[in-house]
Design a protein. Sequence first.
Length: 338
Amino acid sequence: MHKHVLAYVMDGPGRGGLEELPDPTIGDYDVAVRMLACGVCSSTDKMLRLGTFSLGVTYPSILGHESVGRVVRVGDRVRSYQVGDLLTRPSAYRPDRAPMDMYWGGFAEQGVVTDWAALSEDRQTCELRPRSDQVRLPGSTDAVRAALSISLSETFSVIVRHDILGKTVAVVGTGVAGLSFGAYAKMLGAAQVIAVGRRAPRLELAERLGADRGVLADDAASAIAESGGADFVFEASGQAKMIAHAYRWLKPGGHAVVYSAPDSPTQMDLFKSPRDATLTVASTREAAVLPGVVRMLDGGVINPDELVTHRYPFSEIAAAFEAIERGEVVKAVITFSQ
């Protein structure tokens, strides 16, 4: 192990870079992980970097919540993991031993995962709430696909909890979240899937992935009305104004599901909306579905190359953020040297 670990540290709104930090401390119930890949979230990571995250941001801090790494060393009392295991969501440090705040902390060369099951079995006291979102994958799993699967598992865990069989579904947004919602909706038996976005090439991609029709945002209200209204709308654009629009597209008794964190507070005139409609802010249960989503990718149910449009070595992570801000990226994944 090196004396220092290289991590991407945000030191202010819009500012950040690679810094050498002390190696993470590995306790009896921890494993040391060598990072292999980490997806860049075009919504949460962007808001954290720019300081617009609705819950606030602390600097300096470490980003990255779509990380994948391989176990290289285990603590004496670890029983759930072994050297060679491939794990999702390792962090640069264990939270109670981090030298700074972490927003999951996956953008680092090395990481830590705690064996919460062993810690609980041995009745060790710990002030930290055990993490339940880390998944062990087959060791042969491609690391980039595994990182992509974290994003895809979040959206799948949302849509699979709704009965969309035979229903009309509108999806707002053509980032990786919106594209996956559209693909899943058709896969789960929706009668009609309408993708809504602002860029024609992305709408064409949505259609290739399963949407029946892609419409520009300015034309969405009339297009959805022609279809008789939507039973479900999944809002994945991150634009507050689109939440209010989407709610009005519903049939009476329809259901709007807000997935992306909005870029500003949302104002809605409920009396201009359908009666008996429901608005839900989605929660994700990624760990429960992630192995199945990996199998979907491996089996070609979803083509990962349609979604992972950009790959960057860790040394070029700044270029990934710049490409995202220019709107060039569906999904970017950072890779680490082996």
